[in-house]
Design a protein around this ligand. Sequence first.
Ligand code: GDP
Length: 352
Amino acid sequence: MTRPLPADPAGARQAEDPQQPGPARPPERSGPSPGAVVGALVEQARSGSPRAVARLITLVEDASPLLREVMAALAPHAGRAHVLGITGSPGVGKSTVTSALVGAYRGRGSRVGVLAVDPSSPFSGGALLGDRIRMQQHGLDPEVYVRSMASRGHLGGLSWTTPQALRVLDSAGCDVVLVETVGVGQSEVEVAGLADTTLVLLAPGMGDGVQAAKAGILEVGDVFVVNKADREGADVTVREIRAMISLGDRSEPGLWRPPVVKTTAVQAADAGIAELVLDIDRHLTWLTSTGALRVRRIRRAAEEIEAIAIQTLRSRIEDLPRGARLEALAAEVVDGRTDPYRAADQVTAALT
Ligand code: GDP
């Protein structure tokens, strides 16, 4: 299968090119042990090699047999990055705001990772971000890793690949990782499960307030961003969102009350972005001081473990010997010789 190139002009493309010198590739048959190869890659990634980071994320996307070693090597370095989820309907300006945020974080010297996730598409690659002119301004900055990922249809969606790619970026020393959803629908809410802080973007005049309430993204928003504040109706949208937030029970002392920030991300001055960064910082302080950060991260890790376990079980079911094979059992169910529960019992019994 040919896989489109990752969207990291500075590093990923070269990392995929066997002619290029770069971090060690996994051995074919002989050569250094997988552990040594992975160890070297992780070292290079941590010392700031975009190529090594790109190579590690490719191992995630390919569900490489080396992943076990990769994750073991990364584990001691995890948990430093502030993970931001950026969600909202297509066209509200997620990619523009993401790019403006990258600029703001780079301005204060942070190392930044960006994952643009399209869970509705089975293809990954540069096309997704390639068109995104604003992001290209960061393309040559070695302290910014930008990567498009598509996961649906590959190994079961956001729940599998994205957290692992996040781990790579986190352990590689990113101070902030922005996860932007490109697709539509459920992913808007799903991304919140991955993030420490979720930004919900809205734009004036799109009936977004109502849409947001319907899609359930009001509940997941830690910071609301009314982008395109240069357009008419921004203040109305801000009021709408404030009113909806105050309907929730978040006004109790000690609870986080999501701020609503207005931004104009296309202006040279990126109006509102500095305020947005301050609110994001405030949220991190709140998360840390209340212990909510740990709670969220434990929930996230639990989902990750579950996804890996389910994936492992799924492949073991596929590997079952002929008598217990799923298709054979399915035929028996279709013929009325057994029922699906008994068939499932046989499958699970064969796994132990
Ligand atoms: P996404 O689909 O949510 O990622 O949205 P994009 O970032 O691709 O932006 C969609 C369109 O809105 C683009 O044409 C942007 O230039 C434009 N846009 C983004 N932010 C603003 C803004 O603050 N004001 C105005 N007027 N347009 C904006």
